[in-house]
Design a protein around this ligand. Sequence first.
Ligand code: NAP
Length: 240
Amino acid sequence: MPAAIVTGSARGIGRAIALRFAADGYDVVLNYRTSEQAAEETASSVEERTDRAAVAVRADVSGDGAETLVDRAVDEFGGVDHVVNNAGIEEARPTADLPTADFDRVMDNNVNSAYAVSRAAAPHLRRSTAETPSITNLSSFVALVGYAEEAHYVASKAAILGLTKSLAVEFAPDVRVNAIAPGHIETDMTDQSRVAENEATVPLGRYGHVDEIADAAAYLRDASYVTGETLRVDGGVTLG
Ligand code: NAP
């Protein structure tokens, strides 16, 4: 049976992607760092709503946890066919108040994690018998336009785009690598005090739903002639 790893999938966008992949016929390896209860609930939801299996793996994928996660996926399901590097953190902070250690922490969680999981999974993806094995990385619309008081987060999401294009070339023709750049999506990451202000900047006039990002992830998983691409799913917020 085909299997997919979705990092940071206890809640939010990662949870929606895991549920979508299971509905599409994939066993899923869920991943969390602290949200154990939510991860177990997501695993139960997968098994209640679909006929696929789910396992929730505690692993901080910014470090050695990446290898742990991939090893566990191979132990459970015999291989890895798709990876979604979704884990990430966001913090708003003016650059003047941002110690280098905090900049590095955001880079570790948002970029090193995607790099480490991709590196660990690559040999297994290359051995996959799936029609078109893939990696999909979660960037953000902010990587395309910049965002005040989030230079560290924006730098991390822009790095994801460089990583995506570079790995797309390096891992071709065996593994496709793409990115999604979501706009404002309603999740726990959402700053509720800024919803109205943000909605006013979106041509489609609303926040996106996590299932709209899951749709994009399912498309890129199956898009056999698409690699190195960044798919904006942002209600037009980057159109200016
Ligand atoms: P979320 O609700 O905060 O969930 C993020 C998940 O990532 C958390 O469950 C967290 O796990 C996990 N995580 C963070 N660092 C990790 C690490 N080092 N190892 C393992 N897990 C880790 O966020 P979201 O809104 O769904 O966002 C998902 C992705 O989409 C992120 O990469 C984000 O930057 C991107 N994105 C979101 C938006 C938006 O508007 N929401 C817009 C653009 C891009 P624990 O809870 O266990 O710590």
